[in-house]
Design a protein around this ligand. Structure first.
Ligand SMILES: [Fe+2]
Length: 261
């Protein structure tokens, strides 16, 4: 799947608007400043490195995060209507956790986690448009995300830490210590981790369905037709929108990556 430049631009605007609307205090500007510092990388990041995973295309990360925010807000209403104790966390904690749950996918200050695949065979046979950047030392996605927040002076609450840490639910064995507890006092004190996990699961499943169900039915990907228009060098029909969205991209590697899609 390929996003048009105007979609990448609109998704970025929505991403920043979510911070503006829901995050308060000192950390609002700090968070906006952090994301604007890394704007070029974050707005073009895929949400995964393999086509088989969800949103593994330029702009896929922000599209995914915005969907998780929307799903989390809807799940919040559902849990509230069904009687969950939503006084145990705030809506700001909910949105902060959703916005930053996958932040660790960006890599570290210097290096992106996902870079364009250089192995032709893996690209063609395994569908890997991206590969892991070996310059980035290993850390789990939640650990790296939390590290990036604290290393940029962005404070998070205990509830947010737990929600970001456990957002993969029991798909990540490391979360058993929080989610497999039988003793009441060892269970999470809020439903926030469950809401964030459900929102993430829902978003990833929807992204899988959009990408793969038409292909599995033998239909053409509805967005494939736009693929050849999505370049930085020869787009005639969308050039003004494209320039507005991507005109500030400095990285030659990213420009090449987009042009070669
Ligand atoms: Fe996610």
């Amino acid at each position: 799947m390929v996003l048009e430049a105007k979609d990448i631009q609109n998704n970025w605007v929505q991403f920043i608007a979510n911070i503006d609307a829901h995050i308060t205090g000192d950390r609002k500007q700090k968070l906006i400043g952090f994301y604007e510092k890394y704007q070029e990388r974050v707005m073009l990041m895929p949400a995964a490195h393999k086509k088989e995973y969800h949103n593994a295309f330029p702009g896929g990360y922000v599209e995914h995060v915005n969907r998780v925010v929307r799903c989390a807000l809807k799940q919040y209403d559902l849990w509230a209507e069904e009687g969950a104790d939503i006084t145990t966390f705030t809506k700001e904690e909910l949105v902060f956790s959703a916005i930053n749950h996958d932040l660790g996918k960006m890599g570290d200050e210097e290096n992106e986690s996902y870079i364009p695949q250089t192995d032709k065979w893996r690209k063609e046979k395994l569908g890997e448009d991206y590969m892991f950047n070996t310059k980035v030392p290993f850390a789990s996605v939640p650990d790296r995300g939390l590290f990036m927040l604290q290393s940029h002076g962005i404070q998070y609450t205990f509830n947010e830490m737990l929600a970001i840490q456990t957002h993969d639910g029991l798909y990540d064995e490391a979360n058993k210590k929080y989610l497999f507890a039988y003793m009441p006092e060892q269970k999470p004190r809020t439903c926030l981790p469950f809401i964030i996990h459900q929102a993430d699961l829902m978003a990833a499943r929807i992204e899988f369905e959009r990408e793969w169900l038409p292909k599995l039915r033998g239909e053409k990907d509805s967005l494939d037709g736009q693929k050849e228009n999505f370049t930085l060098s020869n787009n005639k029909t969308q050039s003004s929108t494209k320039n507005k969205a991507l005109g500030n991209i400095k990285s030659a590697g990213l420009k090449n990556m987009l042009d070669n899609l």
